[in-house]
Design a protein around this ligand. Structure first.
Ligand SMILES: Nc1nc2c(ncn2[C@@H]2O[C@H](COP(=O)(O)OP(=O)(O)OP(=O)(O)O)[C@@H](O)[C@H]2O)c(=O)[nH]1
Ligand SMILES: [Mg+2]
Length: 348
């Protein structure tokens, strides 16, 4: 099968990560992309449970287990417990990555997908990001967080903090990250998940396109957009990655400021490109073998790394966590005046 000289490795971590990659139709879309205009895209699967396993994952599926850990129902998931799977993830990841010689190719991009709310993906994914990042490979986490209940908010917020610790303390360099909160798409859980998956699928497809045949933007540009060097952005932290169609203004949430951008436009598109006042930007023209079949209205496409977003998101999640916790405290510690008894039984 012919491809260009870039390889994109996609890691689906935990139940949510596997669902996002499979149920969104991303896997089947990827298999359609052959020809030397496109990068080679490979999928790898990691989970602590076989619940989401399907035959086609075959040797690319890694069951994360550790026989020596006590009190762990081995290979049966963690039911949201992040501390169990963190201990198990590291060894399994090292073994898989090293055995398959991942990271030894010339032009590799690594996209690590997992939920923030569960116990497995939310630890396997950051562990992978740290391991690949230490090898100085460009690595982009994609996280579907959730704020639908207290445990989900807690886990999502801690996973965000884990990524920040990896950027600041482990890698000492900036990490770009695609993030969404499932709960913000809809009150209807199934609709919310489907919409989050559609958004993530489109983001990944656009990145694949950015790595496809175009003039001006090459592997080094993509690497520098996902994980800019400290000479471009001296502050190690996590930054938000946005992909936006740029007809009109680039819309970024809240206090976000554009740091690094890669703009892809088509040969037919004469729309002016905004001056984004970025630290670093580059414009590429997508070649016709990729752009044919795509709506010309999509262009110019903006691939943007921005600051500001995660601070606001951490505060928002923290506030939800506080609200939900105080509700719980009110329930378990009623005021003395609220307590009465009937026949010796306490009533509240
Ligand atoms: N966007 C999106 N999120 C999903 C999907 N499936 C599950 N999730 C999210 O994942 C959360 C549950 O975490 P999982 O990823 O299933 O958990 P896990 O990583 O397998 O960890 P365990 O707790 O050990 O099972 C849910 O609350 C959702 O927020 C999906 O298809 N799309
Ligand atoms: Mg699971």
């Amino acid at each position: 099968m012919k491809h260009n000289n870039i390889t994109i490795n996609i890691y689906a971590c935990g139940g949510g990560g596997i669902n996002i990659v499979n149920k969104s139709g991303l896997v089947s879309k990827i298999t359609e992309l052959t020809g030397d205009a496109y990068p080679l895209v490979k999928c790898h699967y990691f989970d602590t449970s076989m619940a989401n396993y399907s035959e086609f994952m075959g040797k690319d599926f890694t069951l994360v287990t550790e026989q020596t850990l006590t009190n762990v129902n081995v290979a049966a998931g963690t039911n949201g417990n992040r501390s169990y799977s963190a201990a198990m993830a590291d060894a399994a990841i090292r073994e898989y990555i090293d055995k398959n010689k991942i990271g030894s190719g010339p032009n590799e991009i690594h996209i690590v997908i997992g939920s923030g709310a569960g116990g497995s993906g939310s630890t396997i994914a950051p562990t992978l990001v740290a391991y690949l990042g230490k090898k100085d490979l460009p690595v982009l986490p994609i996280m579907a967080g959730d704020s639908k209940d207290l445990e989900s908010v807690k886990s999502t917020r801690r996973t965000l903090l884990t990524y920040r610790r990896i950027a600041t303390d482990v890698l000492d360099k900036p990490i770009g990250m695609i993030y969404c909160d499932n709960n913000q798409y809809s009150d209807d859980y199934i609709k919310a998940i489907n919409q989050a998956n559609e958004t993530i699928k489109n983001m990944v497809m656009f990145i694949i396109m950015l790595c496809g045949d175009n003039q001006n933007i090459d592997y080094a540009d993509i690497k520098g957009w996902i994980n800019p060097s400290k000479s471009v952005i001296p502050v190690s932290n996590i930054y938000n990655i946005n992909i936006t169609t740029m007809s009109g203004d680039v819309k970024l949430s809240g206090e976000s400021k554009v740091l690094v951008s890669r703009i892809l436009t088509s040969e037919n598109n004469s729309k002016p490109i905004q001056n984004l006042e970025t630290i670093h930007s580059k414009v590429g023209i997508i070649n016709s073998d990729i752009s044919s079949g795509l709506d010309d209205e999509l262009f110019p496409l903006g691939f943007i790394l921005s600051t500001g977003y995660f601070e606001a998101e951490s505060i928002r999640l923290e506030n939800i966590e506080k609200d939900k916790t105080s509700l719980l405290e009110k329930l378990v510690t009623p005021k003395a005046s609220d307590i009465g008894t009937i026949n010796g039984m306490i009533i509240v």
